[in-house]
Design a protein around this ligand. Structure first.
Ligand SMILES: NC(=O)c1ccc[n+]([C@@H]2O[C@H](COP(=O)([O-])OP(=O)(O)OC[C@H]3O[C@@H](n4cnc5c(N)ncnc54)[C@H](OP(=O)(O)O)[C@@H]3O)[C@@H](O)[C@H]2O)c1
Length: 249
């Protein structure tokens, strides 16, 4: 019974930032559970390589998460290719700056906001306008524990994720009852994106949080599967922390 509830057969998903890391893991687990999946990110070669490793019904579309015209085109291409759009995962994000927040230059401040905050908004707006306002669906925003707590030299990135969490709640209120909108706040996950944070830890056996290991993309993908599935049919406006328990310390 539980396995049937996780079935995404007949559903269409669009995942941004899907060529590697968490987005690729989400695209893979959705396809494994029967969804048709559009993978999007900036580089078409990487997308094609990743899609070739996924068994199931997939397609690829190159788009920059921060570009509204490309968002519009990618949502339209998804509907054209698969006949609809039921699940949007706003996963693409960037962090071009490490250091004191007070010293950041405006181009990098604007880039972070453009991709990490305005991006998810625009992609959601396109999904809503093109299909979800009438057809319903679910939106999953990939935030970060950095949006819930202070975490040092990535202040503007964390601010963008805090705002994304707030936006998630507003959109959940406005887009219901047809559309559910939730967020996942991952802790430290072993991807290229966070390499500067986990690589110095090397091969340490124990990380300083209750579940003591580094997160894997699959840890986040499993939660994204739950939020896309009927198992979460009465969950909206929620932020699910997936961090091995780090937030309790
Ligand atoms: N890893 C962590 O510890 C961690 C923790 C908390 C939250 N997160 C969040 O998890 C999400 C995924 O991160 P990840 O760790 O999986 O990163 P990753 O392994 O570096 O993958 C990032 C993906 O996003 C794409 N991308 C980057 N910039 C883009 C843009 N401007 N437009 C469209 N696609 C873009 C990349 O492909 P292209 O370069 O081809 O575009 C790639 O597919 C992000 O929202 C990140 O903030 C990660």
């Amino acid at each position: 019974m539980a396995i049937e509830s996780l079935d995404l057969k007949g559903k269409v998903a669009l995942v941004t930032g899907a060529s590697k890391g968490i987005g690729a893991a989400i695209a893979r687990i959705y396809a494994e559970h029967g969804a048709s999946v559009m993978l999007s990110s900036r580089k078409i070669d990487a997308l094609e390589e990743t899609a070739a490793t996924i068994e199931g019904d997939t397609a690829v579309f190159a788009a920059n998460g921060g570009n509204p015209e490309q968002a519009q085109a990618c949502v339209a291409a998804t509907i054209e290719r698969f006949g609809g759009l039921d699940i949007l995962v706003n996963n693409a994000a960037t962090n071009p700056y490490f250091g004191r927040t007070i010293d950041i230059d405006l181009p990098r401040f604007d880039k972070i906001v453009e991709v990490n905050l305005r991006g998810p908004f625009v992609w959601t707006q396109e999904a809503w306008k093109q299909v979800m306002a009438t057809g319903g669906g679910t939106v999953i925003n990939i935030a970060s524990v950095g949006g819930l707590t202070y975490s040092g030299p990535i202040g503007v990135y964390d601010m963008s994720k805090a705002a994304l969490i707030h936006l998630t709640k507003h959109l959940a209120d406005e887009m219901g009852p047809g559309v559910r909108v939730n967020a996942i706040a991952p802790g430290l996950i072993k991807t290229d994106f966070a390499r500067a944070l986990w690589e110095p830890g090397g091969d340490r056996a124990e990380w300083p949080w209750p579940l003591a290991r580094l997160g894997e993309p699959l840890d986040v993908a499993r939660t994204a599967l739950y939020l896309a599935s009927d198992l979460s049919s009465w969950v909206t406006g929620e932020i699910i922390v997936v961090d091995g328990g780090a937030m309790v310390r």
